[in-house]
Design a protein around this ligand. Sequence first.
Ligand code: PLP
Length: 656
Amino acid sequence: MSNWTPGQSSSLYRVPDWGAGFFSVSENGNLLVRPRRHARSADGHSQEIDLKKLVEELGRRGLRRPMLIRFSDILATRIEELAESFAAAVTDNAYSGRWRGVYPIKVNQQAHVVEEIIEFGAPFGVGLEAGSKPELLIALALLDTKDALLVCNGYKDRAYVETALLAQSLGRNPIIVIDRFSEIELIVAASASLGIRPHVGLRAQLSTVGAGRWIASSGEHSKFGLSADELVRAIERLRREDMLDCVELLHFHIGSQITTIHAHKEALREAMRVYVGLHRMGADSLHLLDVGGGLGVDYLGSLTDDPSSMNYSMKEYANDVVFAAAQACTEAGIPAPDIITESGRAMVAHQSVLVFDIIGVNRDPSGQRVEACGDSDHAVLHALFEAVESIAPDSLSERYHDLIHARDEAASLFSLGYLDLEGRAKSERLFRAGCVRIGHILEQLGEPREEFEDLRKLLTETYFGNFSIFQSVPDAWAIKQVFPVMPIHRLEQEPTRRGVIVDLTCDSDGRLDRFIGDGEDQPTLRLHPWNGEPYFLAIFLVGAYQEILGDLHNLFGDTDAVHVRLDPTRPDDLIDESESDTTSSQKYSVEHYVEGDAVTDVLSYVQYDKRGLGERVQHTIEQALRDGRISLEDSALLRRRFDEGLNGYTYLRDEG
Ligand SMILES: Cc1ncc(COP(=O)(O)O)c(C=O)c1O
């Protein structure tokens, strides 16, 4: 028996690094969620949720796996932290402006998420940013926080601009940001015809480039923003229209997931030069500095400039933004602007966890046992056996070469007819047993050696997950984003296997083979032997961008999703600690249950009609009945399966 501890699992999967205090491993080996970190409820209860138990309880409520769980309290905590980081920076820098953050709807447009952001952000005046007409309509309808800003970005047409202008009459605070020079004429015309003076923002195209994957969003070739020349011309044009006093905001955005604080500092310095320059040109109604998004999420927990990490904290970022604004305005002798951030990723990434089952494993290395050879076995099998038996720490390379040689020879002998199928099978088993043995010794020596790279691949097992990478973590495929992935139970047991995870799609790209490692990404994940019992894995920090970018590859649709809130007021007598409980054993409440796509839904996206398909199948069944190719009972069963299939979940279901 290994004396593995849950603490070792916590270090192995680097939970304290990427978990940001929201996740930890319990004494009994389950993953814990602490949506409020270490805060305790008024009556002293620690506010943590056992994720494995939660998943089981949600299953008993009818929620299907894969399931996406959104922890509302994590979202609230992240919003509070952002607001508090800026509040502290404002105080520390004796800054005269204030923070007025907005949430960019594009990062996660799900209605319940946006509604919660408005709810949790209201005490801090958090507003919304729209990057398209549909997003503007969402913001217009939902954003009722007094004073909160509605920043209108993205491509605009007349309808977009008019809607934004008219929103003022509803008491909303829309600021129409001129992202492209040509939008000035649209705004001038729409405002004249409606007789409404706009609140205008100017988006500057900085020459500072970002850092990280979206470097192309910034710099002179970026899609949006006005060059210095266009900014000057915009000021002149608006002055001619007597609209210079409408210019209230300067905006810039150097890309999402900016990995270095240096890039932020450089951009801020350049942006403040623009801000001061516009003021000097007479745009003295400018009073808002919108620093865009870019605040990263440390998916790896490595605090580095890796594309999936970041080398700074939220606090450092807030401080640098405020400091840069304060310094430039003091030097120029102009009033300090209120500061708007458009940080979406940093708000919503941590709250969502995708949980899925492992439904099988291939290449279970039962090769631990070394089969002896008898007189009837071919000489090549004896050679393999001897190679395996003589493996020792000081002869790993030689024995590995012997094994490869003998295995290849066995394959040739088989092709030429000198070895039968059973013999070939035994050669494979012996070879594998040898590899497992070498793998164990290498593990104990703890020194990865390049010459054994192929052996490592060979010993990697493939764990089949009941989910779709393309639907649930598309960035893992599209941009090779690394997300934290780990089992959510059995963490008191040593994960003795190394695996990659493949999804349900028939696409060979549907695999996770980059995991958080020591410094570098690892090609395999340590996992437990699969024993046919439920084995739950989770992918963490998937709240930003993944849901909307997810696609229907192989027609796997949206998963079931649920919002879970801590409920410290839940009376203790409703808490049943027994294993055979009928009530929940934890203090949480389920706020929303969003049912995932049924097969009919995904079929309708590709223009199949349920009734039409049913009729076609029934017609074919009738023909088969007439021809005597199917019995009445089987025809009824087939029809039932067909109808159930149409109404069912797109993922695999455990029939129980
Ligand atoms: C204009 C604008 N604002 C905000 C964001 C959101 O940024 P982040 O992903 O860093 O939260 C984006 C996304 O790239 C953006 O284009």
